[in-house]
Design a protein around this ligand. Sequence first.
Ligand SMILES: C[S@@+](CC[C@H](N)C(=O)[O-])C[C@H]1O[C@@H](n2cnc3c(N)ncnc32)[C@H](O)[C@@H]1O
Length: 394
Amino acid sequence: MELVNGVLRWRFRYDALLARLLSKPLRKKDYDLQLVLLIALHELNELSTPDYAIVHEAASQAQRLGKKWATGLINGVLRSYLRDREQLASSIDEDPVARFAHPQWLIDRLQQDWPEQFDQVLRANNQRPPLWLRVNLSKISVDDYLQQLGSHQMTAVRHSHALAALRLDTPMDVGQIPGFVDGLVSVQDAAAQMAAQLLAPKNDERVLDLCAAPGGKTCHLLELAGTIELMAVELNPIRMQQVQQNIERLNLQAQLIVADATDTQSWWDGRSFDRILVDAPCSASGVIRRHPDIKSLRQAGDLVELTEIQQQILQQAWCMLKPGGTLVYATCSVLKMENEQQIESLLRSNVDVEEVMIDPNWGVACRYGRQLLPGTEDSDGFYYALLKKMERRH
Ligand SMILES: C[S@@+](CC[C@H](N)C(=O)[O-])C[C@H]1O[C@@H](n2cnc3c(N)ncnc32)[C@H](O)[C@@H]1O
């Protein structure tokens, strides 16, 4: 995982290094050799394996790939890197793509949206992510769970605003986390935990969770208020199985509906909701440190389609909300077109939208809603808007 995630995280930088180190680019059919070199560069930069062992192992891959002729090439490239690494690093740093290890379009957008914070965001995206837990407050208090951790010689820190969040000081496999199997805790970033906390469901209310998989927020809503009537809608049937598994592990209950959130005719019975969570599909530009493949897979053009879907889902959700009801719109994006601009569009087409101010002690205020930037208190990047539907006047 370290090699795969590490190469994906730093690929734009390592590509730039290779471009300097190779006298001519490798042929398309030798992409496997390019990957061997990228992995070796990552090991040389970030891991403690001795340099000679990394070079030897990489060179011996040539034979394993049936390309013995490339043994000398791999050896030569990696040895030149080791000889000139400082000078090479400073020469590629002139190009922001190599310096920040992000695609140019994303650097441009972040700079446009966050002129003062963009380099801090880019650096946070290149960190290895921590492991955050959500304590199941319907079963155990955070203090009592901290004690349980202590009895296993494990330590964790709280988040200043996500009330159930604990960051483990030493990440580990979920199976080894005390109480995980019994549903005392789940794995969820502190920023993601703010969404259900902001929606603040009350027992016996009718609640809708749109775009629910893998179900982190579905379960959190039920942990906050066990007797809500919860309907969770998700388009992808395979991802919905994860919601089912999470609900079973935590022994919770919800009505799970595999459907397109925008096609309300196919699944909605016409009864409106007290509270709605819209956790919209997005660029995921706030969670790049957890999913570094986003840097390579996401393209600027994707945003057009995504922002259209976001507006459709948000508008449909608004129609299903009771007058006096509350809606949280959340994304794990830091791009304004997916966030405050979506709320602006909703306000433009509906006269009954009232923005509720979110506690100004955390995150960054946007024109509408609040943004947590990645790395703030070691959390992911997330956006939230809290909206109330005005009561009808007679
Ligand atoms: C950001 S993820 C949701 C994360 C989830 N709320 C959680 O806390 O675990 C967005 C989800 O929206 C789903 N989705 C995308 N388009 C959708 C649509 N039109 N209707 C319903 N779900 C959709 C995706 O399959 C994806 O699972």
